[in-house]
Ligand binder design. Structure first.
Ligand SMILES: Nc1nc2c(c(=O)[nH]1)N[C@H]1C(S)=C(S)[C@@H](COP(=O)(O)O)O[C@H]1N2
Ligand SMILES: [Mo]
Length: 264
């Protein structure tokens, strides 16, 4: 896909930084949906039927139509994704401290992960599947980036993330880099996955630090995904497992009808 230049790209990422229209678009959408329901992850087909004014069944034509639109959207986004194009970065003075919390539940309900017993499990198309401890990961070369986090709920913040470049990590463990997906399991009930080109992007990392200090409990201690090319919800926190696979598996939000590719 490298080298492809689409004039439509400017609609998604105009010159001169953050695309305010993306923020506005998502904000408008979310404002039409009951905010609490989205936050709790309980936006259901019932809610969709209210929005669309249609009687939506689990396998009904509207549901199929919405899935088809989202699937088509994925294909378009994959097509226009530029693997070598870097997302905007910012200066240290812009970094918000502490970061802004979000999950599909309240911050009081975060169950802290014990870093001393935590392990990163590897599965699927990976040659060396030995699990990694936090201490082992800390020995790997560190990358740092100051990027903007954009949540579909209509807010954003600039943060500084440091950790292990995901491409370098995948190369080190002998992952099949021609596979289609990198799937993430988390200490909570969350799952997310990336298309391989996004996983291999220079600004995609397994982050262990925020603003130079270890990530604190609410933000994904001891390890989370941070990518500059995706919306907030793709950035899985409290990662416990990475699987490299050619089989598409639905994720926490894709199961609820959110667009899976979710590029910014
Ligand atoms: N494991 C896990 N990861 C998650 C979530 C979650 O509920 N569980 N929420 C996602 C959403 S919607 C957002 S916007 C970001 C928030 O990250 P932050 O708290 O560092 O801002 O985490 C994402 N990763
Ligand atoms: Mo989000």
């Amino acid at each position: 896909m490298s080298g492809i230049r689409s004039p439509r790209r400017s609609l998604f990422r105009p010159k001169g930084g953050i695309d305010q229209s993306i923020l506005r678009e998502h904000k408008a959408l979310i404002e039409r949906i009951d905010r609490r329901k989205v936050l709790r992850g309980t936006l259901s087909l019932g809610a969709l039927s209210l929005l669309t004014g249609c009687d939506v069944g689990e396998t009904g034509p509207v549901q199929n139509f919405l899935r088809a639109v989202s699937g088509w959207n994925d294909k378009v986004q994959e097509f226009i994704f530029r693997p070598d194009h870097l997302a905007p970065t910012y200066s240290e003075a812009d970094v918000v401290k502490p970061p802004r919390f979000n999950a599909h539940y309240d911050v009081e309900d975060v169950k802290p992960v014990d870093g001393s017993t935590w392990k990163l499990e590897l599965s699927g198309l990976i040659a060396d599947k030995r699990p990694w401890t936090a201490q082992q990961l800390a020995q790997l070369p560190e990358q740092s980036m100051i990027i903007r986090h954009i949540c579909v709920e209509g807010w954003d913040y600039i943060g500084q993330w440091s950790g292990v470049n995901l491409r370098q990590f995948l190369e080190r463990v002998g992952a099949d880099l021609t596979a289609k997906y990198v799937f993430f399991r988390c200490a909570d009930d969350y799952t997310e996955s990336l298309d391989m080109p996004s996983a291999l992007h220079a600004q995609t990392m397994l982050a262990t630090k925020y603003a130079g200090d270890p990530i604190t409990d609410p933000f994904g201690f001891p390890l989370r995904l941070r990518t500059a090319t995706k919306l907030g919800f793709k950035n899985a926190k409290w990662v416990t497992g990475i699987e490299v696979t050619n089989d598409f598996q639905e994720t926490f939000w894709s199961k609820q009808g959110f667009n899976w590719f979710a590029g910014i």
